[in-house]
Design a binder for this molecule. Structure first.
Ligand code: HEM
Ligand SMILES: [Ca+2]
Length: 602
C-alpha cells in the first residue's frame, strides 16, 4: 500500500451483478458526453459507477446469518440500541448549542450537496406504510425488521411534547436480492445515484428522471415563475417526499428525491439549475445553430466540471486538511492533470455511505438565519422544523436572506454528538410515523442494516494497529469515550463504525478523526481517477482544451451564487464565516464562452 487509504488492490469486486443480472449496454467510445446514468464511463466495464449498481465493500460484510440479518455482539447478545447510544453520546459531548467554527454553513451544505451527487441508498418503501405499527405481527417483512426501539423512560422524549411511542421508524435499504431480482449473498444495497461527481443530483441519476426535467428547448431545464422569480418546476402532489405536512404548497421536482429536504439544499438545487440555464443561453448566443441536445449537453458538461472543481479544489482540501488532501492526490491543481485509471472501480463503498461520510452530520447547525442587506436578522428557523418545506424559499427575498445567513453563520464544531434538533426532532412537522426522528440513531442502524464492518475492523482495513481490547483503545480515544463504549458494548469488536469514528479525536486541520479520513480519501480518490470524463482528464473525446479549462478554473462559488440570485454580497472566501472572510459586492457572471464557439458542429 502506498498510503493508508490505498484499498485499490485489496478490495474484491463481486462480479455477480455485472455478469448475471445486468443488461448489457453498448457504448459509443467517441461520445463527448457522459451518459446520464453513468454507464459507458469505463469502456471495459460499462456499468462501473453507473446508477442502479451495487455498492462495493472495502471489508467483508457483517451479518448474523452471513446474509442479511443484523449482526450481534460477540456473545450472541443484541447490539446496544441506537437510540440509547445516541443519548449517551450526547451526554458526554456538548450538544445544546452550536459551538462556532471558522467555516460557515455553506461548508456543511456543500457536503450534503456532494453526498447527494454520489450516493443514494434508498430505503425500501414498499409494503406497510408504518413499520412500527406492525411489529407485533408474526410475519414482519424484511424492510421493517430493523425499527429502532425507544425506551419508555427516554430522557428526551419524556421531556418534550411529542407523541409517546416505543419505536422509531426505520426501513432497511433496498438490496439486489430483495428489490432488484438479483440474488447475491451476503446481500448488498444498490446505489441509485451515479457514483461520479457529475451533478446527477441536479440532472437526475437516470434517463427517465433526466428527460422529465428537460424543457427540450434551447438546452434548458424546465422552470416555472413563482412570485416573479424563476424556480424549477414542481412535483405532482402525493409524492412521498412533500406531502408529509399538510400546509406545504410548494414541492420542487429536482434530479434527486432529497432536494426538498432542508432550506439549504433547496437553494443549492435552484441556483445550480439557474446556472445550467444561464450557460445554455450564453452558448446559444455564441452558437445559434446548436440544437437543444447540443446546448443541453455542453451546458451540462460545464456545470459538471464546475462542480468537480468546487469539490476537489475548494471543498475537499478544507475537509481533509490541505496537506493530506494534496499528499493523497485529492487536491485539484491547475498544473497537474488527472490521469484516468481504467482499472479503478469508481463506486462508492458501503463503509463510506452507511458510515464515514455521515460523520459530518455532526457539523449540521440547528438554525437557519434570515439576514437582510443591512445584516439585520429577520428570522431564525430551526432546520428540523422546516424540513421538506420549500414554501419559505419562494416568498419575498427569503432565498437571498437565507443565503446570506448561511454565509455569515458559522458551521458547528464537530463534537461527537449531532445537534439536539436532528437528534430528536428530525422531520418534526412531517406525518406522524416519520416525524421526530433521530439522525444519529438512524446512521448507527444504517451501518448495521447494510452490514458494514465494526469500527476496529475498519481501522484494520486502513492499516492501523490491531485492537483486541478496550485497553488498546487508550492509544486512540479519550478515557471518557472508552468508558462510554464499555458501558454499552460487551466487547471492543462490536463497536459500530460511526460510533467509534465520532468519538475519535479531530485531526488538526481536518473535520474528523483518522478512520473517517481514511475511508473518505479512498472514495474521493476512486470517483476522481476512475472517472474517464473527469474535468481535467486529457485526450478523451470530450476533454476541455487547456484554455477552456482555464476559463472554468477562474470561477468560484461566490461569483456563481452571486450571479444566480439577487443577493448583493457574499464572502470572498465562500466557505468562511463572518469575521473570517470579507463580504464582497456581487457582480454579473463574467463567463466568456468564446472558446466554445463551434467547438461542436450543430
Ligand atoms: C444539512 C443537513 C442534513 C440533514 C438534515 C441530513 C439528513 C440525512 C438523512 C435523513 C439521511 C438518511 C438517513 C438514513 O435513512 O439512512 C442522510 C443520509 C446521508 N447524509 Fe445527510 N444530512 C444533512 C447533511 C449532510 C452532510 C453535511 C453530509 C456530508 C458531508 C451528509 C452525508 C450523508 C450521507 C453520505 C448519507 C447517506 C446517503 C445515502 O447513501 O443514501 N449529510 N442525511
Ligand atoms: Ca453522481
Amino acid at each position: 500500500r502506498i498510503s493508508e487509504f490505498d484499498f485499490k488492490n485489496t478490495v474484491v469486486i463481486d462480479n455477480t451483478f455485472y455478469q448475471s443480472c445486468a443488461t448489457a449496454v453498448t457504448c459509443d467510445p467517441s461520445s463527448k458526453y457522459r451518459t446520464i446514468n453513468g454507464s459507458c464511463n469505463n469502456l471495459l466495464n460499462p456499468l462501473w459507477g453507473s446508477s442502479g449498481t451495487p455498492y462495493i465493500r472495502l471489508g467483508s460484510a457483517f451479518f448474523a446469518d452471513g446474509d442479511h440479518q443484523i449482526r450481534f455482539q460477540s456473545s450472541g447478545n443484541k447490539l446496544p440500541g441506537p437510540r440509547e447510544l445516541q443519548l449517551a453520546i450526547s451526554t458526554i459531548s456538548p450538544n445544546i448549542i452550536d459551538v462556532p467554527e471558522i467555516t460557515n454553513v455553506h461548508f456543511t451544505q456543500m457536503g450534503q450537496w456532494l453526498a447527494h451527487d454520489i450516493t443514494l441508498m434508498s430505503p425500501d418503501l414498499s409494503g406497510p406504510s408504518d413499520c412500527c405499527a406492525i411489529q407485533n405481527s408474526d410475519d414482519i417483512p424484511p424492510q421493517c425488521q430493523a425499527v429502532i426501539t425507544i425506551d419508555p423512560m427516554d430522557q428526551v422524549y419524556l421531556m418534550f411534547d411529542v407523541p409517546r411511542r416505543s419505536c422509531l421508524s426505520f426501513r432497511r435499504a433496498m438490496t439486489t436480492t430483495l428489490n432488484f431480482n438479483c440474488s447475491i449473498t451476503p446481500q448488498i444495497p444498490i446505489n441509485q445515484a451515479t457514483a461520479f461527481v457529475d451533478a446527477s443530483q441536479l440532472y437526475g441519476h437516470n434517463n427517465i428522471k433526466a428527460a422529465s426535467l428537460r424543457s427540450n428547448v434551447d438546452g434548458k431545464l424546465k422552470t416555472e415563475m413563482i412570485n416573479g422569480q424563476r424556480f424549477c418546476v414542481q412535483q405532482k402532489r402525493n409524492s412521498t417526499f412533500c406531502d408529509g405536512r399538510d400546509n406545504v404548497c410548494v414541492c420542487f421536482d429536482h434530479g434527486d428525491v432529497r432536494n426538498n429536504q432542508n432550506l439549504g439544499i433547496i437553494i443549492y438545487g435552484e441556483l445550480f439549475l439557474r446556472l445550467h440555464n444561464h450557460i445554455a443561453d450564453s452558448l446559444k448566443l455564441i452558437n445559434p445553430n446548436w440544437t437543444d441536445e447540443i446546448l443541453y449537453e455542453e451546458a451540462r458538461k460545464i456545470v459538471i466540471a464546475l462542480n468537480q472543481i468546487f469539490v476537489y479544489r475548494d471543498y475537499l482540501p478544507l475537509l481533509f486538511g490541505e496537506d493530506y488532501s494534496e499528499n493523497s492526490g485529492l487536491t485539484l491543481s491547475k498544473f497537474k492533470r488527472t490521469v484516468y485509471d481504467e482499472s479503478l472501480m469508481p463506486q462508492v463503498s458501503t463503509e463510506l455511505s452507511a458510515g464515514s461520510f455521515r460523520v459530518p452530520h455532526n457539523i449540521i447547525n440547528t438554525y437557519y438565519s434570515l439576514v437582510d442587506e443591512n445584516n439585520k436578522v429577520l428570522n431564525v428557523l430551526k432546520l428540523h422544523e422546516f424540513m421538506m418545506f420549500p414554501d419559505i424559499i419562494v416568498e419575498n427575498k427569503n432565498l437571498e436572506y437565507i443565503l446570506r445567513g448561511m454565509s455569515l453563520n458559522s458551521s458547528r464544531y464537530p463534537v461527537a454528538s449531532y445537534n439536539l434538533g436532528i437528534s430528536n426532532f428530525m422531520f418534526h412537522n412531517m406525518i406522524k410515523n416519520i416525524a421526530d426522528s433521530d439522525l444519529l440513531a438512524t446512521d448507527i442502524q444504517r451501518g448495521r442494516d447494510v452490514g458494514i464492518p465494526p469500527y476496529i475492523k475498519v481501522r484494520e482495513l486502513c492499516g492501523f494497529s490491531v485492537i483486541t481490547s478496550f485497553d488498546d483503545l487508550l492509544k486512540i480515544l479519550s478515557p471518557t469515550a472508552i468508558g462510554l463504549l464499555k458501558l454499552y458494548y460487551e466487547d471492543v469488536a462490536s463497536i459500530d463504525l460511526i460510533v467509534g469514528s465520532l468519538l475519535e479525536p479531530i485531526i488538526p486541520g481536518a473535520w474528523f478523526g483518522e478512520t473517517t479520513r481514511c475511508i473518505l480519501a479512498d472514495g474521493f480518490y476512486r470517483i476522481r481517477y476512475g472517472d474517464r470524463f473527469f474535468c481535467d482528464v486529457q485526450d478523451q473525446p470530450g476533454s476541455f482544451t487547456d484554455e477552456q479549462f482555464e476559463v472554468l478554473w477562474n470561477l468560484n462559488l461566490t461569483q456563481i451564487f452571486c450571479a444566480m440570485s439577487k443577493i448583493d454580497q457574499l464572502p470572498s472566501n465562500f466557505f468562511m464565516s463572518y469575521g473570517n472572510s470579507e463580504m464582497i459586492d456581487c457582480e454579473e457572471l463574467s463567463l466568456d464562452l468564446q472558446l466554445w464557439r463551434h467547438s461542436t458542429n450543430g
